[in-house]
Ligand binder design. Sequence first.
Ligand code: ZN
Length: 472
Amino acid sequence: MKYDLLLKGGRLVDPKNGVDKLLDIGIKGGKVEDVGEDLDPSCAMECFDVRGLVVIPGVIDIHVHVSEWIGGRLGHKMMAQAGVTTAVDLSGPIDGVLAIAKDYGAGLNIACLHYVRPGHTVSSDNPSMEELMQLINKVMEKGALGYKILGGHYPLTPEATARAIEVANKQRAYVAFHAGTKAHGSNIDGFIEAVELAGKNRLHLAHINSYCRGQIMPTLEETQKAIDLLEAHKNIITESYLSPLNGTSSQCSGGVPESAVTRKCLEVGGFEPTEKGFEEAIRAGWALINAERGGVNVLLSGEEGVNYWRARNTLGTVSFRVNPGESRYILATAKRRDASFVVDAISTDGGGIPRNATVELGLGLVHWGGMTLAEFVQKASVNPAAILGLSTKGHLAPGADADVTVVDLECCKPYLAIANGKLIMHRGAVVGKSAIIITTEKGRTAVESLGFQPCIVDLEQSGFYKMRAGEC
Ligand SMILES: [Zn+2]
């Protein structure tokens, strides 16, 4: 057969190749084989009629959680259902992410950043250059693309944070940062500090919208400040998410939530930042416990939420409705003078946290007039592929990886997802298995020895290190 899979009659939106037209796509051996007006269905093993639907390069989410620590094992299935074909776990641990991908993978391409946390992966809140160097080398040999400084949740000193960014850049690793240090919290002040600490180094500053919740200044002023800073500092790679919900650790020790973000969210809702206040907040429906129900994670509150949280000794993830609509909208749609987006990508910070809303809310932005459909694809697939150095993803010309998301524009829902030429989701039913692991040459051996097919990227040549480099 000429094609393993054929998608017939859809509207193909592929901005990287300047395509927005009714076209068929034939897939063979994991790659796009043909794109044309009337491909013959009798040449295909399997054919999907996608008339009335929109066919786009697979959605790439550069900020998710699918580890046993945060997000959990059901995230792969939830992402496939949301039309995601590639995702970056932004905390690890790398071993756990790989173990979960093996047992619970849904056929997606998965990359991982391992976390930097005092007392866990580094000895203190002020680790030396040598200690950070050892950590980055170790986690890359295990298959991670680099590390994520958990900052706002579990802060380092400002000096150590700057060192961690510096070391990763020296090693040409990927480095992400949830803003916040011993000096500043997870807010606009932490964001301003993060940009300073990065200096001229490359840095992925996570979920920009989360620093624009009106904690220090009015929401709109914080949002404008963030945009101004990003326009001036082109070395900073960013994403923002569209859901009103956040996601943070629900774990308490010594009667207090361990995460500074969790404590802050309790205060914002009018509750004491203690274990007792936390319990009241769950009961009152302010704190929403992420719980496994029917094969996916859902949000629980009231007695049911308290019981679920207690039964796990407070371990797990909690969500609060803390993201204002105005900062989410403005950050998702803001552009530089050259018409490029200020915030590079739409992410979810989802995975196992139930807010994989890129298609659902991103297409809502298209209906609203905040961006065109082609611009949505730019932020949901083209830019993320460039950032990760995935030159054969983010577009659908012949020869590209057959990562495809088919969406229903009218009802803002994913319809079908294909990763590496294999169907992983059709109308909500997930059929994909395992994962392909995106790693560097340093991680190849570890990833292969676990039985995964690796997808090797050269970060030095990736958008993370090259994007806007001439203008820095
Ligand atoms: Zn996150």
